[in-house]
Design a binder for this molecule. Sequence first.
Ligand code: DX5
Ligand code: ZN
Length: 221
Amino acid sequence: MRDFKIAPSILSADFARLGEEVHSVLAAGADIVHFDVMDNHYVPNLTIGPLVCEALRKNGVKADIDVHLMVKPVDRLIPDFAKAGATYITFHPEASEHVDRSLSLIKDSGCRCGLVFNPATPLGYLDYVMDKVDMILIMSVNPGFGGQSFIRSALDKLRAVRARIDASGRPIRLEIDGGVKIDNIREIAAAGADTFVAGSAIFGTPDYRATIQKMREELAK
Ligand code: DX5
Ligand code: ZN
């Protein structure tokens, strides 16, 4: 079995109690904090920046923080997020003028780097950077909002990326983001994902521990 990780998206948390929400989802068994950064330019929504990431670290959050940049331009925010305590920084390749440079900037600032693919973005951006990326994130919704339905073409994409990762021999994480629920997580894992972002499916339920536990039971089947 792969080393599965559950990454709740704090986009669906109660922002008025963010620190408390993050601590409780981690205490409930989550592995990674998925941190959605939206700029009202690359995507039609506006969320949180490096100050909030830093505030979570100051509040004692020790888990990996997975910063998903949905911003254009990309590079300007990288050093600030690295300083703020990000573990992973991923970005959408079509939002960067120089994809290889953005990946290097992330690595050089001490974080792990990754590319994010929208439902209609082709995988060719990976061709010359498989030796560099630490994570590949497949979007199973169009980015911008929580609570959307899973787009099933993402399953074929996961299978294609899983084959590339296995061929590379590198420990690249394969993350899926959008519409992940208890009732589809098993099928998504079978297609090759090992890291599962879930926002509304976790924060929309009263008992985070029970929900994460059910997800793990599905993954163990
Ligand atoms: C969408 C974000 C996702 C979102 C997922 O643009 O990248 O991380 O919060 O939310 P759910 O799990 O509700 O689809
Ligand atoms: Zn995300």
